[in-house]
Design a protein around this ligand. Structure first.
Ligand SMILES: Cc1ncc(C[n+]2csc(CCOP(=O)(O)OP(=O)(O)O)c2C)c(N)n1
Length: 276
């Protein structure tokens, strides 16, 4: 349980970063803003509270590893890395522009703080299992965190990785599903039914926690529970809202990817500023 001051610090930071995501989406002409907002509190909780990282030493060997398997959420990840000082955040003016270090999906060879290049869905969990097994093999203390999307769970490779994690009992791996219930072009349950998602991961050998993915207390409790688990890897099914924080984007498939003109940008910023 967070104390009130810490909870407020994280909420204020989350709001400030949402505004920055809107600004970058405006200047770059369009981004995957819906999924960036649904994953947002999970990333803020990890980066501003849980991860053992050092922005001055992005290649520090013992750092925790983070994999944004839903690489299209890169706009949200980049804004956080810039804010933490992995690079000069002024560079984000060039986000997704020709010649800039930032593509829509972040490249680990170009963006300090990115451990794994992602974008092709379905690969992050397998990378995470590898990083976790690697730590075990060479006796390293880092933990590995993976954030997947729900639409991504339609990829067969997710289940191959899930089976391996259960089999090898990778307790140094914690994964999240950003369960916003929407994929690119509609609800997951219409396109490719996932439910009962918790039972599926359990059957593959995971301990499953289901939480409100916008509640910092629940996210950080889940991370703590996962750290203490000694038998199974932990999958956190985080119930979220696509487009969370901007009233006209919430639960709207049309805002999976979108561009903003000045009026829409201002309306989005106004909505974020009045959100609690
Ligand atoms: C292998 C692969 N197929 C297709 C795509 C194109 N694509 C980008 S985002 C997306 C789906 C987005 O829905 P979801 O995975 O649930 O993400 P979220 O709602 O969290 O943004 C797809 C199919 C991709 N990036 N990778």
């Amino acid at each position: 349980m967070l104390d009130a001051g810490e909870r407020k610090r994280l909420k204020t930071k989350a709001r400030e970063l949402r505004e920055k995501i809107i600004e970058v989406t405006f200047t770059c002409g369009g981004a995957h803003v819906g999924g960036a907002f649904s994953q947002h509190e999970i990333l803020v909780a990890l980066y501003y509270k849980a991860l053992k990282i050092d922005p001055k030493r992005p290649a520090w060997e013992d750092r925790d590893r983070f994999i944004l398997s839903k690489g299209h959420g890169g706009v949200g990840h980049a804004v956080i890395l810039g804010d933490l000082g992995f690079f000069d955040p002024a560079l984000l003016k060039e986000f997704n522009k020709t010649g800039s270090p930032f593509g829509m999906h972040l490249d680990r060879l170009k963006v300090p703080g990115v451990d794994f290049s992602t974008g092709s869905l379905g690969h992050g969990l397998g990378l995470g299992v590898g990083a976790a097994l690697g730590a075990r093999q060479i006796g390293k203390p880092w933990r590995t965190y993976v954030v997947m999307s729900d639409g991504e769970c339609a990829e067969g490779s997710v289940w191959e990785a899930a089976m391996a994690a259960g089999n090898f009992k990778t307790t140094n791996l914690t994964a999240f599903v950003d369960r916003n219930r929407f994929s690119l072009d509609g609800p997951t349950e219409t396109l490719m039914r996932l439910e009962p998602l918790d039972k599926k991961f359990e059957a593959f050998g995971w301990r499953v926690l289901t939480i409100d993915g916008h509640d910092f207390d629940q996210i950080l409790d889940a991370i703590e529970t996962a750290r203490a688990e000694t038998e199974r890897p932990v999958m956190v099914i985080a119930n979220t809202v696509k487009g969370k924080g901007v009233d006209f984007m919430e639960d709207k498939t049309a805002w999976h990817y979108g561009g903003l003109d000045e009026a829409t940008r201002d309306a989005a910023l106004a909505s974020i500023r009045k959100s609690k």
